[in-house]
Design a protein around this ligand. Structure first.
Ligand SMILES: Nc1ncnc2c1ncn2[C@@H]1O[C@H](COP(=O)(O)OP(=O)(O)OP(=O)(O)O)[C@@H](O)[C@H]1O
Length: 267
């Protein structure tokens, strides 16, 4: 694998009782890119994502991170390596404040005991880092707001901040704008752009306008296999892509929910 690719799949296959949900997928994510995985409902996007983040075990094939075979690595181990998933899994505790949520994320990431942070200087440093992360997602003024009181878009910003606390090298975003109104969508686009600075992002996203604004490269999946790949202009001009989208509901918007969220891998 060339140095330029940080994440790669080789002939990745996932079968569910003989049904091929992911069919021989070769994905290459270039370092520094925002890369989107798109495709109509049931194309296999979530399943690929769950394979990459170890929620599912591949039937065949390999997953490589910076040349290292991580196919059999557990999800906690890959997170420590720098592959971190955000969104769709609620990573925030509703009855804690925004700042407390970040603090928990940082403490979990550091793996340090609470008593360590209690010692004067380190507690100060910890709070400083919490405020930096809140500021990075535009939530500094909500530091002491209980999470349950935050508007939906802000909750997702907080989720992103808890993810950034883990200092990911690759950020995996699962439908970051799902269920949002246009104002929140614009805010998330800006957030993702900001969060992507200095790192690589792979995202599943149904909103093609978001994809067009953010992504350097797009992989289109259809019926579990890669249909085509390229930048937004080339992919959106491809008649095969139009055809698979027209063949679903025409909008590229989610219509059905797959039942693939359950983790197979030992946590
Ligand atoms: N746990 C499972 N058991 C059986 N079939 C599954 C499972 N998870 C997913 N599938 C099937 O695999 C196919 C791909 O599903 P997947 O959720 O990956 O598609 P998707 O592209 O993410 O779709 P959507 O856009 O609707 O979320 C679908 O036909 C789905 O029904």
């Amino acid at each position: 694998m060339s140095e330029q690719y940080v994440l790669e799949t080789r002939n990745l296959v996932k079968e569910f009782k003989g049904f091929v949900a992911v069919d021989d997928v070769n994905l290459k994510v270039q370092k520094g890119h925002i890369h989107a995985l798109i495709g109509p409902n049931g194309a296999g996007k979530t399943t690929v994502f769950n394979l990459l983040t170890k929620f599912l075990i591949p039937t065949r094939g390999q997953i490589l991170f910076k040349d290292q075979d991580i196919t059999t690595m557990k999800s906690a181990a890959i997170a420590r390596q720098g592959i971190v998933r955000s969104f769709q899994i609620s990573a925030v505790f509703p009855h804690m404040t925004a700042l407390e949520n970040i603090r928990v994320a940082l403490q979990t990431f550091e793996g340090t005991s609470f008593s360590f942070w209690k010692s004067g200087n380190s507690l100060h440093k910890l709070n400083q880092r919490c405020m930096e992360l809140l500021d990075a997602v535009g939530l500094a003024e909500f530091a002491n707001t209980t999470t349950v009181e935050l508007a939906y878009g802000r909750k997702r910003a907080l989720e992103l901040a808890t993810t950034l606390a883990m200092e990911p090298e690759i950020l995996l975003l699962d439908e970051p704008t799902q269920g949002m109104g246009s104002e929140d969508v614009d805010r998330v686009v800006e957030l993702v752009r900001k969060a992507a600075a200095g790192r690589t992002v792979l995202m599943v996203e149904h909103n093609l306008s978001v994809v067009s604004k953010l992504c350097d490269r797009i992989t289109v999946l259809a019926q579990g296999a890669v249909l085509t790949e390229g930048d937004y202009a080339s992919v959106s001009a491809d008649p095969r892509v139009r055809e698979v989208y027209m063949g679903s509901d025409g909008s590229g918007e989610r219509g059905t929910t797959a039942d693939s969220e359950q983790s197979e891998a030992a946590q």
